[in-house]
Design a binder for this molecule. Structure first.
Ligand code: NAP
Length: 297
């Protein structure tokens, strides 16, 4: 049981974490701070936080657990702002969709307190953002990836693991390199493609007409194009090396398919589609994947 959660970023993820901790009776009090005072106040009105703090530093003062749930590009400034409120006993975590950049931000921002920081990425979310959509069960049955580094306090890794398990998540641990490479392939590239495809569609003179005729294929392929622009701008830039590498592999696969089509290569085209179809049919969702309801960012 924690005495006080210091929550920076009272949005979908941060709000859901606070509600989950409260529901599991893992925290006595939540003190929150968000960039806009109106967001912090709304979080208080909704009962997600108990006290609205006027600054990030004041939100973490006296907290034994701290969660950063801000866009990843805001991480370093936020770590710097809270540094003097963090003690050796504080468990500090984030929820960012990319890990290498957030770890660097924490190293620069937290300095001597860097060892207290346990990088975390819950594989759960929604296309909609904001405190209004926060829910206590968001992380139930979902995976949470922890990416500690050599200097991370082992005791904090253990506490982080316990707290996520305590709210019903399944904890997996890996290096941040492995995390960023894997999520570039299975999450960040699909988002990039969904944005590109949707832009290509609406950029055509008849785009609106085509869109009005769209069915399940469009719905399934483009669902994640409705995601939050700020969050995804940050994720794509933060993990750009890995995402661009995946994008090149995708471009090659697309080129290969186009070549087969141009040549009218019936057999080649069928073989290529069959390989993809077999792989997709054999894929089994892990506990973090739940058809349409959750976003795997
Ligand atoms: P969100 O609902 O938009 O919440 C973000 C919150 O951060 C907002 O309340 C915003 O406050 C606040 N904020 C922004 N800049 C800040 C700053 N400099 N200082 C303090 N507060 C600041 O977004 P979210 O979906 O919860 O995403 C938060 C993090 O979760 C991101 O790093 C994202 O990569 C990660 N994540 C998201 C998902 C997902 O599906 N959404 C999944 C996994 C991980 P204002 O309202 O005042 O602007």
């Amino acid at each position: 049981m924690f005495e006080q959660l210091g929550l920076i970023g009272c949005g979908l993820m941060g709000g859901s974490f606070a509600l989950a901790l409260k529901r599991a009776k893992l925290v006595k009090r939540v003190v929150g701070y968000s960039k806009s005072p109106s967001t912090t106040e709304r979080a208080r009105q909704l009962g997600v936080i108990d006290v609205a703090a006027p600054s990030a530093l004041l939100a973490v003062s006296g907290a034994d657990i701290v969660l950063l749930a801000v866009p990843v590009a805001a991480s370093e400034a936020t770590f710097k702002a809270i540094r003097h409120g963090i003690s050796a006993d504080t468990l500090v975590m984030d929820v960012g969709s990319t890990k290498g950049d957030v770890i660097e931000a924490a190293r620069n921002g937290l300095q001597k307190q860097f060892a207290s920081f346990v990088p975390a990425h819950p594989i759960a979310g929604k296309e909609v953002s904001g405190i209004e959509h926060a829910e206590a069960s968001l992380f139930t049955g979902r995976q949470v990836v922890l990416t500690p580094v050599k200097t991370t306090l082992r005791s904090n890794v253990q506490r982080a693991s316990q707290v996520w398990s305590g709210i019903g998540a399944n904890v997996v641990t890996m290096t941040h390199e492995e995390h960023d490479a894997a999520f570039a392939a299975v999450s960040h590239l699909p988002h990039l493609l969904a944005f590109a495809y949707t832009n290509a569609l609406i950029g055509q003179p008849q785009g609106d007409r085509f869109l009005s005729l769209a069915g399940p294929g469009f719905r399934d392929f483009s669902r994640i194009a409705a995601s939050d622009p700020v969050m995804w701008r940050d994720v794509l830039l933060a993990n750009r090396e890995q995402v661009l590498q995946q994008s090149q592999a995708f471009r090659k696969a697309l080129d290969d398919l186009e070549t087969l089509m141009t040549a009218g290569d019936l057999q080649g085209l069928e073989q290529s589609i069959a390989a993809a179809s077999k792989a997709r049919a054999a894929w089994r969702p892990n506990s973090s994947t739940d058809a349409l309801a959750q976003q795997d960012s």
